[in-house]
Write a protein that binds this ligand. Structure first.
Ligand code: RP5
Length: 175
């Protein structure tokens, strides 16, 4: 993985393993599209617990505004990060080999009251939405990002209209 180091990251993409990057590249691409600086780290709630809590404790002071945490299986990464910071934590459940990510989803979403993790769906759509949700949070005090999000919504709407046009022209050609 070769990702250029950015000087003023506002978002952290944290993964439990490098194997999660197949999915999390989608989040990175969204942040790139919106022109948001980020840093990417591999930290594990189980394999490197001290580094994980140290990272969470220092993230706010380092200027990070949103943490996106992706893990699969017994996915406690987002929860451990949320336990150690007041920053918003967005969880992405990674599809797992044996249980297809149901384990990741339940481990990430079922947080005890008082320690929220904004949990996305399993896999690619979750990774995409994590990026957009991070932009949603940052846009609350950033007019340029608000405008970009509004443009993004228009593009989504247009894509639906295009699908309808395409389907209708196919239907016209069926006798
Ligand atoms: C989790 O275990 C990681 O987030 C990953 O989804 C899963 C498998 O990790 P590797 O065995 O590929 O390192 O902690």
């Amino acid at each position: 993985m070769s990702i250029e180091k950015q000087s003023n990251p506002q978002v952290a993409i944290i993964m439990g393993s490098d194997s999660d990057f197949v999915i999390m590249k989608i989040t990175k691409d969204i942040l790139d599209d919106f022109g948001i600086e980020y840093e990417v780290k591999i930290l594990s709630a189980h394999r490197s617990p001290d580094l994980t809590s140290e990272y969470a404790k220092s993230a706010e002071q380092r200027g990070i505004k949103v943490i996106i945490a992706a893990a699969g299986g017994a996915a406690h990464l987002a929860g451990v990060l949320a336990a150690n910071t007041i920053l918003p934590v967005i969880g992405v459940p990674i599809p797992s080999k044996d249980l297809k990510g149901i384990d990741s989803l339940l481990s990430t979403v079922q947080m005890p009251g008082g320690v929220p993790v904004a949990t996305m769906g399993i896999g690619e759509s979750g990774a995409k939405n994590a990026g957009i949700f991070a932009v949603n949070i940052l846009a609350s005090d950033n007019d340029m990002l608000s405008k970009r999000l509004k443009t993004y919504k228009k593009i989504l709407e247009q894509s639906v209209k295009d699908k309808e046009t395409k389907l209708n022209s196919k239907l016209e050609n069926i006798d």
